[in-house]
Design a protein around this ligand. Structure first.
Ligand SMILES: [Zn+2]
Length: 496
């Protein structure tokens, strides 16, 4: 929603626009309004709907095709609006504060333990309510008896989850994902002091810096080998829904020039990093996070029917029939980001691997790691068990690519092999484009036109305008430079 002031400024700007353009804009606005307020179809929606837009990674895209149960995004958005706006007197909003937990919020709101258990049962395949952060919001819809009918979790502009009470009294969930747009910017700098300080100064986040460290750590000791005057170039993409940054970002390419050494890493469509010649920089994943093979007792199935409720309850992982106490191993190196206890998922661990990968290990008997801890591939992270709501001891293992669950037994996992031959040419073309973009930005910085981000030089005479790249570089109103990178599979702009 534009703020009133911004709106006024935009209206004022309308006056400067030629009449023909103004008419087209009016027509478009009118169309948008009609679409927005068109009544939502009254048909009963599928109980569980994952509306997921295509991700960067082909696996994510396939997973989307499999899980797309709803007709389209607009329809579901309409449903959300109708649920949350139909009875405004029964609506409550809550902004998450630091240290909040769902149980604390529910008791403060006067909701019963039973209602919380029902919501958590609906959330067991997502586990979205376990990581409430400041900036997240909850919206509750109550009936006349102040009983919870629906709850919306707002995670960011591109990600909401709607929990809704069904006729049988239980809750179902719908995940609403808007992929937004990815805008790339080039950040460059010269190292004075530590790489960390110089990178921060150039606009890299802690997560970006950690990724660069991981990518090059076998070839460069950052604390010992970096010489003053070493240079770096980074192409980073940030995700926006409308004008709002969702906070999602990823590194697309890095180059580092240190003495005579030149290191490079580029992200490919398959979510893995390769150097400029297409050699893999990613360490291999284990297909099964166990020391030996166990029978698969339940497969990944995004459309599985729940044995008790009969509703679609996705099975987002693979189950292995491991007796309690079986060592569970990290599928790849990474950082532990969650160790939680959930009434249905049990004791579970989540690991962030670099690139676009995450893994989850559920129903553990015991965790052997803490949040924040770094783990190596094959390291013991816990013992399997039967915690949570299960019929017997087993390990439930999930692999997420680009924040979407994929079949861990079939997904393309990093195998530390060179880039596949059929996409090599496209990859090299993309690399050449990014290198051009990096060198262009470095030149601008050297001319004093830019320090890291283009937004800083926006408005500075002599430096704005054509960046000399080609027609694909442009400057948006908010001062973020975007470039349509050629995708590595075809020549279309990178818009995922
Ligand atoms: Zn399972």
């Amino acid at each position: 929603m534009p703020k009133p002031l911004q709106l006024a400024a935009r209206l004022a700007r309308l006056a400067d626009i030629p009449a023909r353009h103004r008419r087209v804009m009016l027509l478009l606005s009118l169309l948008t309004l009609i679409v927005t307020f068109w009544p939502a179809p009254r048909s009963t929606p599928a109980p569980v709907t994952a509306v997921v837009m295509p991700g960067l990674v082909a696996e994510g895209w396939r997973s989307w095709q499999m899980t797309q149960l709803s007709d389209n995004w607009q329809q579901t958005k309409g449903l959300l609006a109708s649920v949350l706006q139909s009875q405004n007197e029964h609506i409550r909003h809550y902004a998450i504060e630091p240290g909040d937990s769902l149980s604390r919020i529910f008791s403060a709101q006067g909701f019963s333990q039973q209602q919380m258990q029902q919501i958590m049962a609906a959330d067991q395949s997502l586990l979205a309510l376990d990581v409430l952060r400041p900036g997240n919001n909850l919206t509750f819809q109550l009936d006349d008896n102040q009983q919870l009918q629906a709850m919306e979790l707002f995670i960011h502009a591109g990600h909401r989850v709607l929990y809704q009470r069904e006729a049988d009294g239980e809750f179902s969930y719908q995940e609403l994902l808007d992929p937004g747009e990815w805008q790339s910017s080039t950040l460059t700098g010269t190292i004075a002091g530590s790489f960390y300080q110089s990178a921060k100064q150039a606009g890299l986040s802690d997560a970006d810096i950690a990724t660069v460290h991981q990518l090059f750590r076998e070839r460069l000791n950052f604390s010992r080998d970096i010489q003053a005057g070493a240079r770096f170039q980074v192409v980073r993409s940030d995700n926006y829904v409308g004008d709002t940054a969702t906070g999602l970002s990823r590194i697309e390419g890095v180059r580092l020039f240190n003495r005579r050494q030149q290191l490079s890493a580029f992200l490919h469509d398959n979510g893995q990093f390769y150097d400029a010649s297409g050699e893999s920089l990613q360490r291999a994943f284990m297909r099964v996070p166990l020391a030996r093979n166990y029978r698969i007792s339940d497969d990944f199935n995004p459309r599985r029917l729940h044995p008790v409720t009969g509703r679609v309850q996705p099975h987002n992982g693979t189950d292995f029939a491991t007796p309690t106490g079986t060592p569970v191993l990290a599928a790849a190196e990474g950082k532990v980001i969650r160790v939680e206890n959930h009434p249905y998922a049990g004791r579970y661990i989540e690991i962030q691997h670099y690139g676009q990968y995450k893994t989850r290990y559920l129903h553990l008997h015991k965790s052997l790691v803490r949040p924040g801890q770094r783990v190596e591939r094959g390291q013991r992270i816990g013992l399997s068990g039967a915690s949570g709501r299960v019929t017997g001891a087993h390990l439930h293992y999930e692999l997420h690519i680009n924040n979407r669950p994929v079949n861990p037994m079939k997904a393309q996992i990093p195998l530390a092999e060179p880039i596949p031959a059929d996409s090599r040419d496209a990859f090299l073309q993309r690399v050449a484009f990014m290198i051009k973009q990096m060198d262009q930005e470095t030149m601008l910085v050297q001319q004093g036109c830019s320090v890291g981000t283009v937004s800083k030089f926006y408005g500075n005479t002599g430096c704005t305008g054509n960046l000399g790249l080609n027609s694909s570089a442009l400057i948006l109103e908010k001062g973020v430079k975007t470039s349509a990178l050629p995708s590595s599979t075809n020549a279309k702009p990178l818009k995922v």
